[in-house]
Design a protein around this ligand. Structure first.
Ligand SMILES: Cc1cc2nc3c(=O)[nH]c(=O)nc-3n(C[C@H](O)[C@H](O)[C@H](O)COP(=O)(O)O)c2cc1C
Length: 175
């Protein structure tokens, strides 16, 4: 089972559209996939203490542990991932150990394309995650209402889903 986490709080979220496209891609490649929306699991701010015992932390941690690989569909805020996702990573911490992780980013413009490098290196160093190097980065103009209107982005989502499955399967077969 693969897990996709859509991390925006917005109603009309572009990263959500990326997440849904990835869900379709993983399914059409013949694998089980669960798409969850982080806003449906409200979390306290990580305080390094009592916040860890929030019931939603345990639910999310279990989903992450059980997943063969995780795609994070996130908004880019201030040249980084959004705070809601960062907070979730702080709270779920070591449950990310050696997880295969890919990113689908929704951004305003092209100049923030290196924004996930911070969190990618944090997850590599802290939890030994395997970060898929070819990620999806989509700017506002490629979205038209409720759909993605860019073949290259669609193609890239399929490529990311393929590499998630390829590395995820390899990890499962060689624990
Ligand atoms: C607080 C805030 C900060 C943002 N910072 C950036 C940024 O640094 N670079 C960028 O390209 N877009 C930035 N944006 C634009 C968002 O990335 C863009 O609206 C994106 O579609 C948000 O994802 P969502 O539609 O899934 O919520 C920012 C938006 C907000 C609200």
């Amino acid at each position: 089972m693969y897990l996709i986490i859509a991390c925006s709080k917005r109603e009309q979220s572009n990263s959500r559209l990326l997440a849904e496209a990835a869900q379709r891609a993983v399914k059409s490649l013949g694998h089980e996939v669960e798409l969850i929306h982080l806003k449906e699991y409200p979390l306290p701010f990580c305080d390094g203490e009592s916040a860890y015992s929030d019931p939603n932390v345990a639910i999310l941690a279990e989903k992450i542990v059980q997943a063969e690989g995780v795609l994070l569909a996130c908004p880019i805020y201030n040249y980084s991932i959004n705070a809601m996702l960062k907070n979730m990573i702080e709270l779920t911490g070591q449950n990310w150990q050696e997880k295969v992780v890919g990113f689908l980013c929704a951004a305003g413009g092209t100049s923030s394309y290196m924004s996930i490098m911070g969190i990618a290196s944090i997850m590599m160093l802290d939890f030994r995650c395997l970060i898929l190097p070819k990620f999806v980065y989509a700017t506002e103009e490629i979205f038209e209402g409720n759909r993605i209107n860019d073949e290259d982005v669609e193609q890239r989502i399929v490529e990311l889903s393929r590499s998630l499955i390829r590395i995820g399967t390899a990890m499962r077969n060689n624990p």
